[in-house]
Design a protein around this ligand. Sequence first.
Ligand code: BG6
Length: 492
Amino acid sequence: MTASELVLPTCDFTVFGATGDLALRKLLPGLYQREREHQLPEGTRIIGVSRSDLGDDGYRDMVSEALHEHLADDDLEAGAMHRLLSRIHYLSLDAASGDDWHQLHGLLKDRPAKDGKDPEKDVVRVYYLAVASHLFGRICERLDDLGLATPNSRIVLEKPIGHDLASSQRINDAIGQVFDESQIFRIDHYLGKESVQNLLVTRFANVFLEPLWSSRWVDHVKITVSESLGLEGRAGYYDDAGALRDMVQNHLLQMLCLVAMEPPTQVGGNGDSVRDEKLKVLRALAPLTGADVDTATVRGQYTTYAEELLRPSNTETYVALRAEIQNWRWAGVPFYLRTGKRLARKESRIDVVFKTPDHAMFPGSEGGTTPNQLTIRMQPDEGMQLHVTAKQPGPGGIRLVPVSLDLSYDSAFAERCPDPYERLLMDVMRGIQTLFMRRDEVEAAWSWVEPILDRWDEMPVEPVRYHPGSEGPAAADRLLARDGRSWSETTA
Ligand code: BG6
């Protein structure tokens, strides 16, 4: 049975924040794609909840417009569109206040009799909270008061959970009063990217990398998530968060974990085996505190940020940092992380750069050995490249040149690369937690990030400026240059 054939249970999929950007750009298109594959079982309903005063039809129109906007023309099929829209209901409800919740109660409890499903036992209730994290506790409390948080229910939370360790603990405590950890799905959509999952497969379904995967042969690791866009209508949230909370605390640290973790006993099941190993990595990160923060981190802001925000601000839109993992496998290997907005290009990648041979075997050869490098490309063009040194064909002496073995998903596989949300939504419905963050992971990540935030607060230096469309601040280049390394590719 292939993954796409795995049977889904009948669900009532309730989205809080249903008119927001995430719901319309990612969640509904993701559900549509599964509808197209006939994967959503009969009786599954999608219930949009938000404050806007729309009826079922008004929301269906909004969803239809969003699907036309966010999906490729080739993906739009009238039949699938009709089937999806007919599953949709809409409730106008203020998540923060107590009014109107009885409507949700009514809808969830009174399923159409023709289904013959017991709403308490036969239907999985998914509550997707695409709203600010300070509302999470309140929503869970209301679901509990109304008896809607049944053992068959799951709650999905968007990152970042909280603003720091204490607020994240408060939120997790409030959710934990109502839902068991096995019912809580904390989304980090980077874990749903095909290439990120493939990193696990490459490492653990093959043998060739394992002997090389340590400080014995790895020189350093670079993780880059660069974006060309800026605030995109999220100024309120973003200016409060900044790049460290928005990207590093979750996406970049999660990728670092997948590169660095020990082999889990299995990938699958309830996911704890993978999550246990990721947690060990987070806990082994060398703390960055006090003056170390000044030398090991770079905070940047693009020069037109205040103009876009319509007020001055010290929030960072760029972070670069040097991390180390204090364990047997990785001691002494720097992990360089960088992320920023309004940079030259949209690109996410992991580069594992290996050491060069100790002994020069080709004296007198032209060219030189370049370090082997494994690059995992998340975007654009998901795939993997292995950079090696080869002999340039030709008579006479030996000329060494860097070449790359290239796996592009697009050309290697006929299947469409699904959007990460598509995959993650299916896992929520099936109850598979491997690709979701457990509470202890989220809190370990906050514990590591918090002293950096504290230092930046204590020593309120202005972020270094970089020009929109550039490669980012020069200080980020100096961070690596100090170690004799560079962000740029040195290989083919
Ligand atoms: C989100 C951040 O989690 O990830 C955004 O909140 C960011 O600020 C986005 O733009 C990047 O995701 P992707 O998949 O487009 O790289």
